[in-house]
Write a protein of this length. Sequence first.
Length: 300
Amino acid sequence: MPFKSLHRAAIEASLDATTRQYLAGALQLPQTLAHIQDTDVEIGISDYTQHAFEAAHRHAHAKEYQYVLRGMTEYHDVDTGEVLRFTSGDFYVIYPGTAYIQRVKRDTRILFVKYPAGNDKSAVQVSDALAAWAREPLRVTRLDLDARAQAPAANSLKPAVAVAVFDAAARLLLVKRRDSGYWAMPGGTMELSDSVESCARREVREEAGLDVAITGMIGTYTDPATIIAYSDGEVRREFSILLAASPINAMSETLAHDDESTDVQWVSLDALPRYPMVAAQARRIDDVLAWRTSRAVFIR
């Protein structure tokens, strides 16, 4: 047989049920996917939908080749104390005998190749401090930049939705982002199953604990010079739709932020200047205030 293949649909379906899916190897345990039998090498995909860690271990004989398809991971070399970070597009090898512990950012996918095949892994004892390091979620940080100044070239474009939510006292809802430390209106990137409205309502519910009704459209923001550089290697250019919303009922105005934020508050309009924001967010706030009186839609 000159070819044997595994198709994308079957691979993706298998990854819905497991964090690690082997594509090829001489495997003893049953697999969701009908893998390609191979006694020389093991090839597979590690897919982390949540923050995760791999317990400290070493391989006696095998080399592990890894290619980060998306996301970010860090390795702590147990013997040297060195911490190595790899992000989307990085390729690396872990040589036999290397004792390491690994932590992985949520939404990370890694292609791995292990040669030679076989179970040669042994556990390594580590200190409580190092075990705690592995369990600490690996987070990205962000820098909001202007490409007209010095900024890296964009490598990503993702539709996003932001929401200007006002309560009955005309206060604006702001969240303090964990990844940057600045204040912003709630929002986030769209998923394949989203409409603009469903994305907006989900993001406000996740980031502030509110159910809202969408009341209008304020503007679109697609300036290619507005750049967000993330520590996992993604450099995203701006593409955001800004909507207006209000809480569905008065009882829903109790706030509760999620893990992506450190605070959430209702802010009176005269207090807005006291809340540090990046320049792009401050420009959107200006448009929000203008929209409240004019209902003009801004195309930026």
